[in-house]
Design a protein around this ligand. Sequence first.
Ligand SMILES: C[S@@+](CC[C@H](N)C(=O)[O-])C[C@H]1O[C@@H](n2cnc3c(N)ncnc32)[C@H](O)[C@@H]1O
Ligand code: SF4
Length: 376
Amino acid sequence: MSGLYLHIPFCRRKCPYCDFFSITATDSLVEAYPKLLIQHLAWATEHGWSGPVDSVYFGGGTPSLLKPEAIACMLQAINQRLGLAEDTEITLEANPGTVSQHSLAGYRSVGVNRLSLGLQSCNDDHLTLLGRVHNRQQGIDAFNWAREAGFDNISLDLMFALPGQTTAELEEDLRTYLELGPEHLSCYGLTAEPATPLQQRIITGELTLPDEEFYADAFMLVHEQLTATGYEHYEIANYARNGYASRHNLGYWKRHPYLGIGAGAHSFQDIQWGRRWDVPPDLSTYRQALHDWQEPMRCLETFDRQGALSETIYLALRTAEGVSDINLQRQFKTTLQEAFPEAVEKASPWLCRKGDCTAMTPAGWLLFDHLIQAFL
Ligand SMILES: C[S@@+](CC[C@H](N)C(=O)[O-])C[C@H]1O[C@@H](n2cnc3c(N)ncnc32)[C@H](O)[C@@H]1O
Ligand code: SF4
């Protein structure tokens, strides 16, 4: 079984910290874009990509700028072209400033069964600093409306380590999130991505990000509060109640195949040692390619055995399950210890063993970028 990712590359307004591919939405683009996605789907299925799929993910950008009717049309096309498994996880990313009771009820009624809400924070000053198009109350309303609409699988995004943020403010955010009681949370420390307005403000000294010590304390505070209240910290940035880990994301970390459509989307094929593809993040090139029935995607990387082994380990160590020796034996005829004895030795204070798996501890995840180097 494979997954399908649909990239929706527009937002009401660009957030100053964000480097995802998205431009400012216009009515004509919002209207025309779903047809491009349906054309891309037709192109892909006529050129060797096949289903059925058991996870569909509308990501962005801001998919909640699309009307429920447009989502319904795309789901119908996906079912016709690829086939949807009976219990397919269908996720839609929604920005709280772009939804209403009506639109949320509409998404649920056309088959979306998982909502990922970009709440980010419940502190109005921080939401303003992040340039969000919603305030605290709109975020809380959106969550409650989603529940009323029948969503029983909601994920909330939380951003922490914000400029000027105190521990008490983060604790207050966590309290509010826990009162809402989502099934899943994605928690990200704010990063200054290259060439974003946020990075510019940091370079000029207008803003300062918290230091490493605050970041580490905040990461561990989030971990402790959420695990103490019954969430599993199942990947560096992700927490879920039992049975609510994101199927889409788990597939990505396990190197399961998925097709990504839309300008800026990525795909993975499990042919031989694996291939990664992308669609260039440029709308006019994308439109032209589909108009001319030319390949809208390009192959970015064809893995050899060593590359596939390193990537398998890199992705698995991000998860609480860790790297399975049984899987490594089956796929690569080796174990973690055999393939990377020195890296295992170096990282050993931050590794733990669970059955046939080796996993990183949460303290290890804090040093992930550094520790993983020896495995690459
Ligand atoms: C594509 S967006 C989610 C949906 C929607 N666009 C929204 O913002 O509401 C993915 C998530 O990545 C996180 N994110 C984006 N840029 C980030 C950055 N520079 N630092 C930390 N988290 C970031 C935010 O939590 C954001 O909600
Ligand atoms: S709404 Fe989401 S995708 Fe759009 S700019 Fe903001 S963080 Fe990025």
